[in-house]
Design a protein around this ligand. Structure first.
Ligand code: 5GP
Length: 111
C-alpha cells in the first residue's frame, strides 16, 4: 500500500486543502516551492500509464480542480503542475498525483 493510500484511509495525517468524493489535495511533506500541494484521485491509479477509458471523467475532474485549488492557495501569479511517471520521470510514490507548485518564479526546464 502506498503512503498516499494511507492518507486517503486516514492512517497517516496530511495537511488537506481540498477533498471531494473523487479526489484529495494536501501539502507535500517536502515542499520544493513556497506552495507545494499534491492532488490525487481516491481511486488507486498507479500512474498516468495506468489510466483507461473508464478514467476519462476522473481525469477531467482532476484537471478541472487544479485551477480551483490554485486559487484557494492564492497562486494568483501562476503555478507549475507536474506529473512524474515511472523511473525516468522521477516518480517515487506509485499512486497518480499532480504536483501544484508556486509562490515564486519557477525555472524551466527542469533537471
Ligand atoms: P513523485 O516523486 O512521486 O512525483 O512525488 C511524490 C511526492 O510525495 C514527493 O514530492 C514527496 O515529498 C511526497 N511525499 C512522500 N511521502 C509523503 C507523505 O507521507 N506525506 C506527504 N504529504 N507527501 C509525501
Amino acid at each position: 500500500m502506498t503512503v498516499f493510500q494511507k492518507i486517503i484511509d486516514g492512517e497517516i495525517p496530511a495537511r488537506i486543502v481540498y477533498e471531494d468524493e473523487h479526489c484529495l489535495a494536501f501539502h507535500d511533506v517536502s515542499p520544493q516551492a513556497p506552495v507545494h500541494v499534491l492532488l490525487i484521485p481516491r481511486k488507486p491509479v498507479v500512474s498516468l500509464d495506468e489510466l483507461t477509458e473508464q478514467d476519462t471523467q476522473l481525469s477531467g475532474h482532476l484537471l478541472t480542480m487544479v485551477p480551483r485549488i490554485a486559487e484557494m492557495l492564492g497562486l494568483t501569479d501562476g503555478y507549475r503542475t507536474v506529473i512524474n511517471t515511472g523511473g525516468h520521470g522521477g516518480q517515487t510514490v506509485f499512486h497518480l498525483h499532480i504536483h501544484i507548485m508556486g509562490g515564486r518564479p519557477l525555472a524551466w526546464p527542469p533537471g
